[in-house]
Design a protein around this ligand. Structure first.
Ligand SMILES: [Zn+2]
Length: 58
């Protein structure tokens, strides 16, 4: 579950489509349309990327 940094809405991983551009990964909140940044936390050697929300205020 992700939480929108703007409105606090809890969003299931499968409920949104993760988008990737040159600034990085993000998803759009379905409640307020805020762009929520995601970071790749995959360990070195992992085949797939692993996305998570940055912890704490950025
Ligand atoms: Zn929101």
């Amino acid at each position: 579950m992700w939480t929108c940094v703007n409105c606090g809405l809890d969003i299931m991983f499968q409920a949104v489509e993760v988008e990737i551009n040159r600034d990085g990964c993000f998803f759009i909140c379905s409640g307020c349309q805020e762009r929520n940044k995601l970071i790749n936390v995959a360990q070195h050697g992992d085949e797939a990327i692993c996305l998570a929300q940055p912890s704490g205020p950025s």
